[in-house]
Design a protein around this ligand. Sequence first.
Ligand code: FES
Length: 149
Amino acid sequence: MTDLTLRADEEISAVIEPLKHLPGALLPILHALQDRFGHVPKEAVPVVAKALNLSRAEVHGTISYYHHFRDEPAGRHVVQLCRAEACQAVGADALWAHAEGCKGEFTLEPVYCLGQCAIGPSMLIDEEIHAKVTPAKFDQLTAALRGAK
Ligand code: FES
């Protein structure tokens, strides 16, 4: 085991320890790990499973079930597209398919309602909301990210 792995393991344990005795500790632990590392590192799965006496599959299943959790570091920008019903009715599925085909310096994530249902499809780029997003508008907005920090 390298020093780096050892340090990561220690940091993972330091996040888990104070929370593991809470009732329903899995979600608070996953949130805390993502807050600390920006994602839930795959190395954390066996450590969490052991601490909570769960199987690795159960921990992994929870991470996959909740769209909020990511298992790898996010890109420099996070683009969240609304996939809920009202936005779906005005083209969010086609927009999602378009977005998935786009390469860029961003991580694409689904969200389920951004409270802007009347002016969908809705999208967040790094917490900034955009409405009535078409594929062309998506291209324009994400192209602007290239020069942005
Ligand atoms: S359904 Fe998309 S913002 Fe509400």
